[in-house]
Design a protein. Structure first.
Length: 202
């Protein structure tokens, strides 16, 4: 798929996600979009809990295991700590890679790209989008650009989840209760506005 076609796919799908009211459908389509856009086998989306100084998997493609890492540990933890994108062409040759995650999930990581998702005020990372095992070769600069574009579209939702994760409400309940469904509805409206601006409709 040509780069322009992938950008068009991202914008159209983000537009659809912006009006999606079901959380499970939203999450499924989001990770599918990320992996499809960069031809990756899997995608994991982490939320950064700054109060507890850890990152937690919000959704992991084809895995039911929740992953928790201290900020600064593993690739996702490093991205959360530094706010910098990390492209790893050979996971097991990179000392920052945490092999315990592969042992936990039973999946072998060959290469990965991890991109921060920034808060709406641009002050800190509220999430990390991590794609694993490119189907052909390793991840390139254009793959980073595509994931960054997706991150911009879903930032309001991830920021809201991150805020709740850092509060008194238990993390698991933060996206299972009615309160986040209400927040989800509000944030889809914000995301719709961002997509409309990006496509020149407003």
């Amino acid at each position: 798929m040509a780069l322009d076609d992938k950008v068009a796919l991202i914008l159209v799908t983000l537009g659809h996600l912006a009006v999606e009211k079901d959380r499970d459908t939203y999450l499924h389509r989001l990770v599918e979009l990320c992996s499809q856009a960069v031809e990756a086998e899997r995608c994991t989306i982490y939320v950064v809990d700054h109060q507890r100084s850890e990152v937690r998997s919000w959704v992991a493609q084809r895995s039911a295991v929740e992953i928790r890492l201290p900020v600064g540990r593993g690739i996702a933890g490093q991205v959360a700590a530094t706010g910098e994108t990390i492209n790893v062409p050979d996971a097991y040759a990179d000392p920052r890679f945490d092999r315990a995650v592969d042992l936990l999930t039973g999946y072998r990581t060959l290469n990965m790209l991890a991109v921060p998702v920034w808060s709406t005020d641009g002050q800190r990372a509220v999430g990390v989008i991590q794609v694993l095992n490119r189907r052909s070769g390793v991840f390139e600069r254009r793959d980073q650009m595509l994931i960054e574009r997706i991150g911009e579209g879903v930032a309001p939702m991830l920021e809201r989840v991150a805020v709740r994760a850092g509060g008194r409400e238990p993390f698991a309940e933060s996206y299972l209760g009615h309160s986040l469904q209400r927040d989800f509805d509000e944030d889809t409206a914000q995301a719709e506005e961002l997509v409309a601006r990006a496509t020149g409709l407003r």
